[in-house]
Ligand binder design. Structure first.
Ligand code: 13P
Length: 250
C-alpha cells in the first residue's frame, strides 16, 4: 500500500502575523484541489491563530514546531498541547535538530513529548538526523538507530499509526547542501529497519519518513521521487508561497 506523502513547511522563527496571513492567502489557491499529498504548515506559536483562521476549511493542516510534554504548569515560554489544540492545531514537530542543538532536547525529552502528543491525538513528526562529524566518522546508522530507539521507548505497535518521522541530516539544514536522493533513501531504509525491529514490519511499512534539509523546487522531484521518501519537511524554501507550492506539486 503506498504511503501518502506529507509535505510540510517549517517556518522556524520567521514571519509576522500579517506576513503569515499573506502567505496562506496566496498559497491556498496554488494548491486548491491538490489531494495527492497531505500538506501542513508549522509556524511559531504566536502565529498559530492567524494561520489557523486563514487555512480553516482548506486542505492544509497546521501544527506547532514544539510542544511541552506536561499538561500545564509553571513552564515559562512553553506551549501545551491543550493550548495548541484549542486554537485548532493537529500536528507537532518533535525533536527538531535546532531544538536538540540550541535547547538541549535529549532523546528522553523527545520520547516524553511523543507520548504526550499521541495521548492527545496529535500527529507527531519526530525529527532525527546526524551532524556532519558523525557522517564523516561513519556513525550515521548508529546515530539514527539511537535516536529512533530513544524516541520510541514505551511506544507500542498499537499506538504508532499517527507517527511520522523526518530524517533531517543536520549538515544539510539551511546550508544549501542536500543529501543525494540515494543518501536520503539509504538513511530512510536504516530508520525503517529500526522501526521494524521495534514495532514490527507491518508498522514500519506504513510509517511515513520525510526528508528535510535544503529541499527546494529544483531538487524536490529527485528526492520525492524516491520510493523510500514519503514527503518533505521544508525550511527556507517554504517561506514563499510559490516556492513551497512548487515543491508540493513536484
Ligand atoms: P532548510 O530547508 O532551510 O534546509 O531547513 C530544513 C529544516 O530544518 C526543516 O525542518
Amino acid at each position: 500500500m503506498p504511503r501518502k506523502a506529507l509535505i510540510a513547511a517549517n517556518w522556524k522563527m520567521y514571519k509576522t502575523p500579517a506576513e503569515a496571513k499573506a502567505f496562506v492567502d496566496a498559497f491556498l489557491p496554488l494548491v486548491a484541489g491538490h489531494t495527492r499529498d497531505e500538506m501542513a504548515l508549522f509556524p511559531s506559536p504566536v502565529l498559530l491563530p492567524t494561520v489557523m483562521a486563514a487555512a480553516r476549511g482548506s486542505n492544509v493542516a497546521v501544527g506547532a514546531q514544539n510542544i511541552h510534554f506536561a499538561e500545564e504548569g509553571a513552564y515559562t515560554g512553553e506551549t501545551s498541547i491543550a493550548q495548541l489544540k484549542a486554537v485548532g492545531g493537529t500536528h507537532t514537530l518533535i525533536g527538531h535538530s535546532e531544538r536538540r542543538q540550541y535547547f538541549a532536547e535529549t532523546d528522553e525529552i523527545v520520547n516524553k513529548k511523543l507520548h504526550a502528543a499521541l495521548k492527545h491525538g496529535l500527529v507527531p513528526v519526530v525529527c532525527v538526523g546526524e551532524v556532519l562529524a558523525e557522517r564523516e566518522a561513519g556513525q550515521t546508522g548508529q546515530v539514527l538507530k539511537t535516536q529512533v530507539t530513544g524516541a520510541f521507548a514505551g511506544i507500542t505497535a498499537e499506538m504508532a499509526a499517527p507517527i511520522v518521522i523526518a530524517y533531517e541530516p543536520v549538515w544539510a539544514i539551511g546550508t544549501g547542501k542536500t543529501a543525494t536522493p540515494e543518501m536520503a533513501a539509504d538513511a530512510h531504509r536504516i530508520i525503517r529497519a529500526e522501526v521494524a525491529g521495534l514495532l514490527g514490519a507491518g508498522v514500519a511499512a506504513k510509517m511515513r519518513i520525510l526528508y528535510g534539509g535544503s529541499v527546494k523546487p529544483e531538487n524536490a522531484t529527485a528526492l520525492l521521487g524516491q520510493e523510500e521518501i514519503d514527503g518533505a519537511l521544508v525550511g527556507g524554501a517554504s517561506l514563499k508561497p510559490d516556492s513551497f507550492a512548487k515543491i508540493v506539486k513536484y
